[in-house]
Design a protein around this ligand. Structure first.
Ligand code: KIV
Ligand code: ZN
Length: 386
């Protein structure tokens, strides 16, 4: 099994979610929880962007010792200097410096030629390496860049001392087959690739961030960049929890794994949701409220006989206490009787169950979900609660 490094950017790209702004204490709390989760790298912020970000990155970098803490920096000496001040006391200070490489970004945003971009990137990486033991270079908008230009800049920044090269899908444009081919191309064509790791950083504009990250792993990516609950700029980043659990459950296919403590996933998700105010949709994979809930009678019956009929992830794996049988209009008699037993009704006769099940079905037709209180009321009405 190949180990894939998990680079969490909840505190940097995640905080770029429209409407989200975290205070110092909230950032530090998330940083500590990400360490507990076993994240390899925590991108704690963008130190040169504000005093608040600088302070939070510094505090997290001072506190956290089991994960490597990094901060984002533009390809400018003044940003690199500020990042060094924030990160220098950390257990493994690491700089994340970026510069765009796509034709549209180079022409309109940077006003630079491709040659100037290579020269500037090399200068920044060399400058950063005078301080930082580890430097990651990101070729912003890599997935809309020319692949041979990416090969050229990658070779040069590796020669300058970068040990991780990130190829972001900045605008969530690429497809899984394309990104897999792109990573394979880089692995096969960059002359000094053995000196560096490749990283994928996918955005979710077309809803493919997780699929693209996993496809990048298939193409040879050594690191995935993601955020808790998939939060981030615009439609967000790839969801950390979905990638990690997919690699765990389908390790047979990907032949890759992470070192995350998966049973910290739900707790981390709940913390991030609470402090950002961004609710997790009920149907969100892995961490949504319905991820381990079963409503249809056929499914509930299968689950009661053998869980693996309808459950590929156990709730315990990600720190959820148990699966949930939701009693609603699709539920069957088997699940209903189990619920009665769970609520303490052990001695109901066949005839009584038949009567109350009919009343339950009538109620379920009017309500989305029948609660425990509803069942107690039904049993009282049927005079079966004594
Ligand atoms: O999406 C992106 O390109 C980024 C870079 C700064 C890595 O977030
Ligand atoms: Zn991003």
């Amino acid at each position: 099994m190949r180990k894939i490094n998990v680079f969490d950017t909840t505190l940097r790209d995640g905080e770029q979610s429209p409407g989200v702004s975290l205070n110092f204490e909230e950032k530090v709390e998330i940083g500590k929880q990400l360490e507990r989760l076993g994240t390899d790298i925590i991108e704690a912020g963008f130190p040169a962007s504000s005093k608040g970000d600088f302070e939070a990155v510094k505090r997290i970098s001072d506190l956290v010792s089991d994960s490597s803490v990094t901060g984002l920096s533009r390809s400018l000496q003044k940003d690199i200097d500020v990042s060094w001040e924030a990160l220098k006391n950390g257990a493994e200070p690491r700089l994340h410096v970026f510069l765009a490489t796509s034709p549209v970004h180079m022409k309109y945003k940077l006003g630079m030629t491709p040659d100037q971009v290579v020269e500037n990137a090399v200068e920044s990486v060399k400058y950063a390496r005078q301080r930082f033991p580890k430097v990651q270079f990101s070729a912003e908008d890599a997935c809309r860049s020319d692949w041979d230009f990416l090969v050229r800049i990658t070779e040069q920044v590796i020669d300058a001392g970068a040990e991780v090269i990130n190829l972001p899908d900045t605008v969530g444009y690429i497809t899984p087959a394309e990104i897999q081919e792109m990573f394979t191309y880089m692995k096969e064509n960059v002359r000094n690739i053995e000196k560096a790791n490749l990283s994928a950083h996918c955005h979710d504009d077309l809803g493919m961030a997780v699929a693209n990250s996993l496809a990048a792993v298939e193409g040879g990516a050594d690191q995935v960049e993601c955020a808790i609950n998939g939060i981030g700029e615009r439609a967000g980043n790839a969801s950390l929890e979905e990638i990690a659990v997919a690699l765990h459950i389908r390790g047979d296919y990907y032949k890759a794994k992470t070192d995350l403590t998966l049973n910290e996933v739900k707790r981390t998700s709940a913390l991030v949701s609470r402090v950002t105010g961004m609710q997790v949709p009920n149907n969100k994979a892995v961490v949504g409220d319905n991820a381990f809930a079963h409503e249809s009678g056929i499914h509930q019956d299968g689950m009661l006989k053998e869980k693996s009929t309808y459950e590929i992830i156990t709730p315990e794996l990600v720190g959820v206490s148990s699966n949930r049988m939701v009693l609603g209009k699709h539920s069957g008699r088997h699940a209903f009787v189990e619920k009665l037993k769970e609520l303490g009704y052990h001695n109901t006769t066949e005839e009584e169950v038949k009567r109350v099940f009919t009343a339950f079905k009538a109620l379920a037709d009017k309500k989305k979900e029948v609660s425990d209180e509803d069942i107690f009321a039904l049993m009282t009405e049927e005079k079966l609660d004594s």
